[in-house]
Design a protein around this ligand. Structure first.
Ligand code: 26W
Length: 833
């Protein structure tokens, strides 16, 4: 299992081979080489080439330049040595890559000019690139921002994940309801990736474990899997800012060892001959569309083990190419587990060290813990992974034994050194005995790591008090906080060139290299001329979004209205429902009081619901139904519009973030681990209306309480109400606006064809109000009216918007990565390697 199927052949002696000249970056050379690619790599005559061919040719020409930097990075690492970071993540929500690559290489203008010579517009062709949507939401997008920031801050490393053939589903809205369609990002091939046949590994499943005793060696366990599949690497370069460092994203694809069973085929069983191959390839066929529910299916566990084992085998092989043995593994690599999805790695690394490389248990355990660290991204109980023992045992029998042995060690330590009783032991055990016996992956990741982190200050505190309370007591130094961040290259420079230009003009280009320098525009909030230009750019960005809305949904929205935007996965805890109820209440008020001076508002929603999440899909349906009624009602005179933009993805986010006046971050306090959309919006000058949840708490500290609009229950108040078995009924009875909005929903006003469609959504509020929608309604409503009022005083609003942009530098993922590098990985610039 450990040896690569095809070992790296000894490299042919390349000395004396003349390295190609690095590619030049002037428009002339670029123009020439794009046409070369078009002709000789793609086989298209420039005279008849289509836009898509031009995109491919441009990508290939840009890719050559990336390769130059990629090899430089590798050569530098070979020379200087040091520690690599391996970021193991089931999801990388990268989006499009061309604009990011050329921006980071400083090639945007030369490429634009080169293409213009052939009458080709860069802005047009880049839209044809499919989004790499290998993730669901926040966790996957964070992994993508982190890859970019690792390269930008000079931390050498790899991302390891899965090359899903079908990424996150495409969403259409039919009659108001979500419809899921398969996503097919690889149909036209993927010019960014390189298949690496020499990096392939066997991955086993099932079978038996037996003890063997060889003369002169201690007895050892040998796992004989019943099934084996091949993991094949595909590498994509990840380009850092100014191309200083290019790292590798290595994604694994599953293949059968025998593509076809010839015996079966020859005996006439043509379908059976392909069964093995289909079963193997199924492992990397589709991304699970779940972000808050443990899937519980065997295929998911197979995916997790598949990419964990392949990545570890790859890390070990590379280490042994560069070092004598594995005892110094932790000095040379830091492995970050992005949530528990790769947590089986803890058991797998133990297996590789003990069974395959002959380490004693204790030394292997020391190496393992020193190598791994783990990030938790959610406290929602239904999202915490725990696998039934029988499934785990059947699929991964040796890893199950190892987990038992790790558990025995932890329990022994707790009992002997800390005097734990049975109840306390049950709380820290890796095995949940209460729930049909399950392996708790969070506990496994925790004990197998030297550092465990949450993704915002509040979330980290709550981790210590809730999911990991008992383990935290046992290992009080292990949990630390690393607040999330977003890359300012994609989310400011590329998404908002207008604002980037204005800031550059005002304070010079220094902030491009050190985003915290963006604070230098803070004083310009008092400068009327600057504010006006700032507002004019926002206006242009809103016009661009209004055009997208007009094109995709044939709805017209007025860019002078407040663009009030909530975009993110659809989930009850994120409370899109609260936002829709407020829209209905506002609709009602506008109709009842047409004489008042209403501030025009466009409420914009986008986001996908997990296909099996019934309530989330009802919320989407409601948003669409409400929009249809309100938008068609002449009585509201364009004072209110409600739009749901289908198929939210990274590329759409790049248009939406710069166009927002108001960012909705209204989760039930205590439930949003961090949020990162909140940061993208504020960086682009949106004001936030939000609860004291996740990173909103730290955004408040940075932007100041005058520049953010906080409302609602705090996390501890929510916990208190839940203990008191809070329900919505009495609140609804005493709050006419809320009651009328809910009555309107229940009456079928928005869905006359099926009046009971939303009855269960509403009755949940009366009976239980688990997400505190009723509890927070009034505070939310009042805060929205304050914002209406503020928007009429444009000077004040724009000054606050400037302060938001100016003070968001700290929320760069460069800062997050530097903290991980310094406190957890001990890797990267300035760290002893
Ligand atoms: C097992 C199914 C499953 C899949 C994904 C469960 C849980 C997840 C993720 C942990 C969900 C997720 O994306 N969490 C988000 O992570 C972001 C990055 O840290 C945070 O900003 C969000 O608040 C958090 O919801």
């Amino acid at each position: 299992m450990s040896a690569p199927v095809q070992t790296n052949e000894a490299a042919l002696n390349g000395n004396g081979v003349q390295k190609p000249e690095p590619r030049l970056n002037d428009p002339d050379t670029l123009a020439r080489q794009i046409v070369e690619k078009l002709t000789y790599s793609i086989g298209k005559n420039p005279a008849s080439a289509r836009k898509y061919d031009w995109l491919r040719a441009t990508t290939l020409a840009v890719r050559d330049r990336i390769i130059d930097h990629w090899f430089e990075s590798a050569d530098r690492f070979a020379e200087e040595g040091g520690k690599r970071v391996c970021y193991l993540s089931m999801e990388f929500l990268i989006g499009r890559m061309l604009r990011d690559a050329i921006n980071n290489l400083g090639l945007t203008e030369p490429v634009r000019e080169a293409l213009a010579r052939y009458g080709v517009e860069l802005d047009m062709i880049e839209l044809l690139e499919p989004d790499a949507a290998l993730g669901n939401g926040g966790l996957g997008r964070l992994a993508a921002c982190f890859m970019e920031s690792m390269a930008s801050t000079g931390v050498p490393g790899y991302g390891y994940g899965i090359r899903y053939v079908h990424g996150f589903f495409r969403q259409e809205i039919a009659d108001g309801a979500q419809v899921e369609l398969p996503e097919n990002w690889l149909v036209h091939g993927n010019p960014w990736e390189f298949e690496r046949r020499n990096a392939s590994y066997e991955i086993g499943f099932g079978g038996k474990v037996s003890m063997i005793q060889e003369a002169g060696r201690p007895a050892r366990q040998v796992w004989r899997p019943a099934e084996r599949v091949l993991a094949v690497a595909y590498d994509t370069p990840m380009v850092g800012w100014r191309g200083r460092q290019v790292n590798t994203l290595r994604l694994w694809s599953a293949q059968a060892l025998d593509p076809i069973l010839l015996d079966a085929f020859n005996s006439g069983d043509h379908i059976g001959a392909l069964v093995e191959s289909n079963k193997a390839e199924a492992i990397t066929r589709v991304l699970y569309p779940a972000d808050s529910h443990q899937a519980g299916q065997e295929l998911r566990l197979r995916q997790e083990y598949f990419f964990s084992s392949a990545s570890l085998q790859d890390i070990i092989r590379r280490h042994l190419e560069e070092n004598d043995n594995l005892s110094n593994l932790a000095d040379k690599v830091a492995i970050q587990l992005n949530d528990t999805h790769p947590a089986v790695s803890v058991a797998e690394l133990m297996r590789l060290l003990v069974d395959v490389h002959g380490f004693g248990w204790d030394e292997a355990w020391t190496i393992t813990r020193a190598t791994f660290s783990y990030t938790n991204h959610t406290l929602l109980p239904e999202a915490l992974e725990h696998w039934p023992i029988h499934l785990f045992e059947r699929l991964l029998p040796r890893q199950m034994q190892i987990i038992y042995a790790i558990n025995a060690g932890i329990i022994r330590e707790a009992a002997q050194e800390h005097g734990y009783d049975d109840g306390q032991v049950a709380a820290i055990s890796l095995i949940d005995e209460g729930n049909g016996r399950r392996v708790r992956m969070g506990q496994l990741a925790f004990v197998g790591s030297h550092a465990v982190n949450g993704v915002s200050a509040l979330h980290t505190d709550l981790m210590k008090q809730t999911v990991f309370r008992d383990l935290h007591e046992l290992y009080p130094d292990r949990i630390q906080n690393k607040t999330n961040g977003v890359t300012p290259r994609r989310w400011l420079m590329e998404a908002n060139p207008g604002l980037t230009g204005l800031i550059t003009e005002a304070i010079g280009p220094g902030f491009l290299d050190d985003i915290e320098k963006i604070i230098e525009i803070d004083d310009l909030a008092d400068d009327a001329a600057f504010r006006e230009r700032f507002a004019a750019i926002k206006r242009q960005n809103k016009e661009r979004l209004a055009n997208v809305i007009g094109e995709r949904m044939a709805t017209s929205v007025d860019p002078s209205a407040i663009f009030d935007i909530q975009v993110k996965r659809i989930h009850e805890y994120k409370r899109q429902f609260l936002n829709i109820i407020e829209a209905i209440a506002l609709y009602d008020q506008i109709r009842s009081h047409p004489e008042r001076n209403w501030t025009p508002r466009v409420k914009i929603f986008a986001g996908k619901a997990a296909p099996s999440y019934v309530q989330a899909k009802e919320i989407i349906h409601l948003a669409n139904d409400v929009g249809r009624v309100i938008n068609a009602d002449p009585a509201v005179r364009d004072l209110l519009k409600v739009v749901f933009i289908p198929n939210y993805n990274v590329s759409l986010a790049e248009i939406i973030m710069p166009a927002a006046d108001l960012s909705e971050q209204i989760s039930t306090a205590g439930l949003e681990a961090s949020g990162t959309g909140n940061m993208k919006f504020a960086l682009n000058g949106a004001l936030t209306i939000g609860t004291l949840d996740g990173a909103n708490v730290e955004m408040l500290e940075h932007v100041g309480e005058d520049n953010i609009f906080i409302f609602g229950l705090t996390a501890s108040e929510v916990a208190q109400r839940r203990r008191e078995a809070h329900s919505g009924r009495s609140i609804i009875d005493n709050e006419p606006m809320l009651r009328e909005a809910l009555d309107a929903i229940s009456s079928g006003l928005f869905c006359p064809d099926s009046p009971s469609r939303f009855h269960s959504l509403v009755s949940n509020l009366y009976n239980n109000d688990w997400w505190m929608i009723c509890a927070d309604f009034k505070a939310y409503w009042d805060t929205q009216r304050t914002l209406d009022d503020l928007y009429t005083r444009q000077d004040e609003w724009q000054a606050k918007a400037v302060h938001n942009t100016a003070r968001m530098g700290w929320f760069s993922s460069d800062r997050s990565i530097r903290e991980y590098a310094r406190d957890i990985w001990k890797a990267g610039p300035g760290q002893a390697g």
